[in-house]
Design a protein around this ligand. Structure first.
Ligand code: GUN
Ligand code: FE
Length: 432
């Protein structure tokens, strides 16, 4: 057995599936070559020679995945939260993103972001950068160094955007994308993802060219879909020949199939669009806090789950003010209840088990069949958090499930005592 092989002991909690948790008091999880070899109530003989990191009665859970976050928006999070999407994009997001033409500014801002997410509960993140190739590479350099495992995308925008944040045309945007991709070969932990911002900001010629690039490089893709009613109407006006928002991607063959594809929001996704997502294996990044802040609405997550669609959680910073996917879990439960009340639908609200699954294995599945995090079952990548929840104690004894629930609603980054990504410790060094 290799150097990087070890065993962790603690109070373990992970998802068996969408609706069931596994909990083990004083259990063991074995990490071999960056992957979990399984979780056990008693350590099997064959692993007894491995180094043991004993975290006592701390809570040990899989790392979380943030399936949708805008890196350049971290700097202005929690500002301008009293507007709705399209106004917010024009007045807040676009002017701030335009500043990333300045590499010194990008370096300063992305340093703050990287330090913050390295300390937080996500071990995997899927980032939008900006249209700027140099700044996108600065972000990727910093993420690579952080030890986190990420996707990051240089954004494509060639229409309906301010002069300061618009590429001069489809050809220029495609050329910049190729230039960016050519520089991405050096990364081991950060992979490029094709990132047309959303239909309103991408011309037909750009979409067509991106589909060619996607095939050439077999690239995954991320974008936004059916976020607000106003936006959906706008897409219908912009693309009168498309059968709907999803079709405005699908008609260019930019809607799942062979390559992993994730669409953020899907708040106003109807039956037809849901069907199409299920058929094409498109992931949903559910971003409940953003959907509340930007007056978007409440996504029909129960329907997505019933159709077998893969769903993960996103912070959508800075539509969402908080980077924590624990917060996204509790928000997802809360808005699912509001949906039941306000939309008068009989979709059952989400449970703790379900949102924990979405924030771990659900979103983690986007990272691929052979490298997915999100569980301690054998074969998953070993991404783990050790939570010191002593400060969340109760005057009565809490079960592991209850401790998890309190962590979801109450914990912050200070409760994270240790963090591992693919078997590597990000912090701290284990001192025994
Ligand atoms: N749609 C297009 N761009 C954006 C963005 O930056 N944030 C959100 N929430 N939606 C978008
Ligand atoms: Fe977004």
């Amino acid at each position: 057995m290799g150097e990087a092989d070890f065993v962790i002991r603690g109070d373990l909690c992970y998802s068996k599936d969408l609706s069931r948790l596994e909990t083990l008091t004083g259990g063991y999880v074995v990490c071999l070559k960056g992957k979990s070899a399984g979780a056990f109530p008693r350590l099997p003989e064959e692993y007894r020679s491995l180094p043991l990191q004993d975290w006592g009665d701390k809570l040990v859970i899989p790392g979380l995945t943030d399936l949708h976050i805008h890196a350049p928006q971290f700097g202005f999070r929690a500002l301008g939260m009293d507007t709705e999407l399209l106004t917010w994009l024009e007045t807040r997001a676009f002017p701030e993103e335009a500043r990333y033409a300045d590499t010194e500014y990008a370096r300063r801002a992305y340093r703050l972001l990287t330090e913050h997410v390295r300390r937080g509960p996500s071990t995997r993140l899927v980032f939008f950068a900006t249209i700027h190739t140099p700044a996108s590479l600065i972000l990727m350099d910093m993420l690579e160094e952080s030890g986190l495992v990420c996707f990051a995308g240089k954004v494509n925008m060639d229409r309906n955007s301010p002069d300061s944040l618009r590429e001069p045309g489809a050809d220029a945007s495609l050329a910049a994308t190729r230039e960016w991709l050519a520089a991405c070969g050096k990364y081991r932990n950060v992979r490029p993802i094709l990132t047309p911002r959303f239909v309103p900001s991408c011309s037909d010629a750009l979409m067509k060219g991106l589909a060619e690039i996607q095939k050439e490089y077999a690239l995954p893709l991320q974008s936004h879909l059916s976020e607000t009613r106003r936006e959906v109407r706008w897409v219908r006006e912009l693309c009168p020949d498309a059968a709907g928002y999803a079709d405005a991607y699908a008609r260019w063959d930019l809607f799942g199939g062979e390559v992993p594809t994730v669409m953020a929001h899907c708040v106003w996704t109807d039956e037809g669009e849901t069907e199409r997502m299920a058929e094409r294996g498109v992931f949903v990044a559910h971003c409940p806090q953003s959907n509340t802040n930007l007056a978007s609405g409440i996504a029909p997550v129960r329907r997505f789950l019933e159709r077998g669609i893969s769903v993960g959680l996103g912070s959508d910073v800075a539509g969402g003010a908080h980077t924590s996917i624990f917060r996204a879990m509790s928000d997802a439960i809360q808005v699912s209840k509001l949906r039941q009340i306000l939309a008068a639908e009989d979709d059952a609200p989400l449970t703790l088990e379900e949102v924990f699954y979405l924030g771990t294995a659900g979103g983690g599945a986007f990272f691929g069949k052979n490298g997915a995090p999100g569980s301690f079952a054998p074969g998953y990548d070993f991404d783990a958090l050790v939570l010191d929840d002593a400060g969340l104690a109760a005057p009565f004894e809490l079960s592991i499930r209850e401790r998890l629930e309190r962590a979801v609603y109450l914990s912050d980054d200070r409760n994270i005592a240790a963090k591992y990504v693919r078997g590597k410790s990000l912090f701290p060094a284990y001192k025994g």
